[in-house]
Design a protein around this ligand. Structure first.
Ligand SMILES: *Cc1c(COP(=O)(O)O)cnc(C)c1O
Length: 229
């Protein structure tokens, strides 16, 4: 499938989700997650008008960056090892996986400009998932005050891999509740206006629950390069 056709379906699902809860579709940013596909396929995504790309590994990001440079706005969405920060920091605008102080310290040290960071929260409590425990988020964010190159733009979570709608919904709702808690703190270094939640299987539910950035790979660009018919 062409990215353009996939995008058409995704946009119509976004519209439907927004209508259901009376939200403005313009408040939702689609990040095309290109980790499974080639730079050519990523380029195809850009040609449809998407301008946000997401990668979850440093080598994947660097390989795509060689080709696409700073045409897209780059999002780093995966677990980020502290020692890998240096290689990606001047190429990304958003990091979705801030989950520890040592990482904040390294980003702050290496960044030449303010980096928009999402604090990753392990809402579901699954052991396999990265992220700060919900009850520790406020304290963690309070400790970000000293890292002047970080702008805590929002919270990110990965929902469990399930088709149980109620479970997904409660997971997204919890992240939104934590966001409200953080916004009440009124920190200028942590406006926390964004929610990065929703992937191929659950983005419509995430939008109904308040997501402002959806990270879509499989449903948008495919799992691996497919011949364009
Ligand atoms: C791969 C990935 C996605 C996209 O997953 P799809 O199910 O293919 O849409 C979103 N977020 C993160 C953090 C990922 O690693």
């Amino acid at each position: 499938m062409k990215v353009e056709e996939n995008l058409k379906q995704i946009k119509s699902a976004i519209l439907k989700a927004c209508e259901k809860v009376d939200r403005n579709p313009e408040d939702i940013t689609v990040i095309a997650v290109t980790k499974y596909v080639s730079a050519e396929r990523a380029q195809e995504a850009l040609e449809t008008g998407i301008d946000h790309l997401g990668e979850n590994r440093d080598d994947g990001l660097l390989a795509k960056w060689e080709v696409l440079k700073d045409k897209p706005t780059w999002h780093f969405i995966g677990t980020l090892q502290t020692r890998k920060v240096k290689s990606i920091i001047d190429k990304v605008d958003f990091i979705h996986s801030l989950d520890r102080i040592s990482l904040a310290k390294e980003i702050d040290k290496r960044a030449a400009k303010k980096i928009n960071c999402f604090v990753q929260v392990n809402v579901s409590g699954e052991e396999s998932k990265q992220g700060i425990n919900p009850e520790d988020v406020a304290e963690f964010i309070s400790s970000m005050a000293e890292y002047k190159n970080l702008n805590i733009i929002g919270l990110m979570t990965m929902a469990p891999f399930t088709s149980d709608e109620d479970l997904l919904r409660s997971c997204f709702r919890k992240l939104k509740d934590i966001q409200a808690e953080v916004r009440d703190l009124n920190y200028d270094f942590a406006p926390c206006t964004e929610l990065s939640m929703g992937m191929s299987n659950d983005f419509a539910i995430a939008i109904e629950e308040g997501s402002t950035m959806v990270r879509i790979g499989t449903a948008l660009v495919g799992e691996k390069d497919q011949e364009v018919q």
